[in-house]
Design a protein around this ligand. Structure first.
Ligand SMILES: Cc1cc2nc3c(=O)[nH]c(=O)nc-3n(C[C@H](O)[C@H](O)[C@H](O)COP(=O)(O)O)c2cc1C
Length: 498
């Protein structure tokens, strides 16, 4: 078992492809009585009340996504700013009553509204919060204290001493509870967990910028060290990403006083009566764990190639503020056939394509089907993330194709534009090992989450979409030869009755 045995990721990807035949030959009945709860609940862990009167960031969402804040020792992080970031990333924003059941919707989109992502906070220098490890509970907007003490050295050591972690005021740890998503999507849900971590990160990183705080996303770390800290087993819950928030004065790497490997005193409630384990999912999770600092260093070195950052809205209107955008965001269930302005599409693509401050290089390319965009001929396009230019691949009305590729969902037919994030999986895996399989889905989730926010910031709608893998690759050939579709996001205006 090793990150370098990239046959594991290749096998998993092939085994979890959707095709016209596969969705018909392998139907899945949802077991509603065994539906997992969308929250991790620690009934006995001491609660920490979080401030409720949150003054969410008013800077334009497009600006918050354009570039990050450089780390500096003067950054301040207090409990209110931390709460704003947590709320914008994963807060409970809407409730809907359906029959006897109340459904909760969260700040970031999640495939199937299953919310597999949890956030933990390792606080080391947060005004108003004692150093310790906490779990964020979105349902009642509280933290639950899991362990006292400072753990940033333990975490930084697990990530080969990455400077942002050594100096972080707080480290947010995102994990995936696989069963929540696997309940509906079975083994393929491994991909969805990283998409969902990506949409959470799109919000989280923008919220940090909105609070003038630096944020560094880290995906190369020795998994077992972070799992031990959180008390999770990598089978049911695995670590998705670390984010260093803010910075103290330059600090040296040392040992923490508290022992991060001691068991946690508190138990979480079961998610449902039973849990189904999908062996292919367990296997790819295990094969993409990094087991040593040598493996972490090999990957971090590959990440030196920095991405493009800093391109803004490109002359479009500044659009809504970030807080307002996050509160209004939702999945557009039915699109009108309206054309959106070409300048808005360009601003959305520019916001989406910025590479975040992180430890892996840009992995995804951006393709597009334009159904109805003012000033842009209907057709299939490649969008160059560096030059921010669209290149026409073939002109024509591809509404029917777009609908088909989105698993025959009308959203593809009806939207104004369908973005398809694609990647050269072979190259990604050769460079980053199986860990690259996680990174590529995480990156697509971030880029897709940003496109979604940008579209709402400009007064339009958006939704994510799954797809027929090989048919989507074929549609964008020959330009996309050798690339695999990773995620789709549809953009457009809501239909009147949506
Ligand atoms: C990665 C991803 C994939 C999604 N795929 C689909 C899809 O194929 N079809 C669809 O109708 N909605 C899709 N959605 C939208 C979710 O169903 C929606 O985000 C969820 O129900 C939560 O609702 P909200 O976004 O309005 O808060 C997707 C969302 C995400 C994040």
């Amino acid at each position: 078992m090793s990150n370098r045995d990239i046959e594991a990721a290749r096998f998993f990807h092939e085994a979890t492809k959707h095709s016209y035949t596969s969705v018909r030959s392998s139907p899945h009945m949802l077991d509603w009585d065994n539906r997992p709860i969308p929250y991790k609940i620690y009934p006995d862990a001491p609660p920490v009340m979080l401030p409720r009167d949150l003054n969410l960031a008013s800077i334009p969402a497009l600006e918050a996504m354009a570039s990050g804040i450089a780390a500096s020792a003067g950054e301040k992080l207090d409990l209110e700013a931390l709460t704003r970031i947590l709320f914008c990333a994963d807060g409970l924003t809407r409730r809907r009553q359906v029959g006897d059941e109340e459904y909760h919707f969260r700040a970031a989109a999640s495939a199937g509204a299953l919310y597999p992502i949890e956030i933990y906070v390792a606080a080391s220098a947060v005004e108003g919060l004692a150093p310790g490890l906490y779990h964020f509970s979105p349902a009642d907007l509280k933290l639950r204290a899991l362990r006292p003490g400072n753990f940033r050295n333990h975490i930084a050591n697990a990530a080969a001493g990455r400077a942002s972690l050594v100096e972080a005021r707080a480290i947010l740890i995102l994990s995936s509870i696989f069963w929540r998503s696997a309940w509906k999507y079975r083994a393929r849900s491994y991909r969805y967990c990283f998409w969902d971590a990506g949409t959470v990160l799109a919000n989280l990183l923008a919220a940090a910028t909105g609070d003038r705080l630096s944020a560094d996303l880290v995906t190369a770390f020795v998994d077992a060290e972070i799992e031990a800290l959180l008390g999770v087993d990598a089978i049911h819950e695995g670590i998705a990403a670390l984010v260093a928030i803010g910075s103290t004065a330059p600090a040296g790497l040392s040992a923490d006083a508290a022992d991060a490997r001691q068991p946690i005193d508190y138990e979480a409630m079961p998610l449902s009566a039973e849990e189904v384990i999908y062996p292919d999912l367990v296997q790819i999770q295990q094969e993409s764990r990094l087991l040593s600092l040598a493996e972490v260093n090999a990957i971090s070195a590959a990440g030196e190639l920095r991405g493009n950052t800093g391109a803004g809205a490109g002359g479009a209107t500044p659009g809504r503020g970030l807080g307002d955008t996050i509160l209004r965001r939702g999945a557009t269930r039915e699109f009108s056939h309206n054309a959106i302005p070409g300048a808005d599409l360009c601003a959305i693509l520019a916001a989406s394509s910025n590479h975040p401050q992180c430890d892996f290089p840009p992995l995804c390319d951006i393709y597009l089907i334009a159904n109805a965009v003012e000033g842009i001929e209907a057709g299939a396009y490649f969008y160059d993330r560096t030059s921010k230019r669209l290149e026409l691949l073939k002109a024509g009305d591809f509404r029917g194709n777009a609908g088909y590729l989105c698993l025959e969902q009308p959203l593809g037919t009806d939207c104004s534009a369908l973005i398809c994030y694609m990647a050269r999986l072979d190259r990604v895996l050769e460079r980053l090992g199986n860990r690259g399989y996680r990174d590529v889905h995480l990156e697509a989730g971030i880029l897709g989450g940003r496109a979604w926010l940008a579209s709402f910031a400009l007064g339009h709608g958006a939704t994510g979409s799954t797809f027929y893998d090989d048919d989507a690759a074929k549609f964008f050939s020959s330009h996309a030869d050798g690339k695999s579709p990773i995620l789709m996001v549809a953009l457009g205006d809501r239909a009147r009755n949506d």
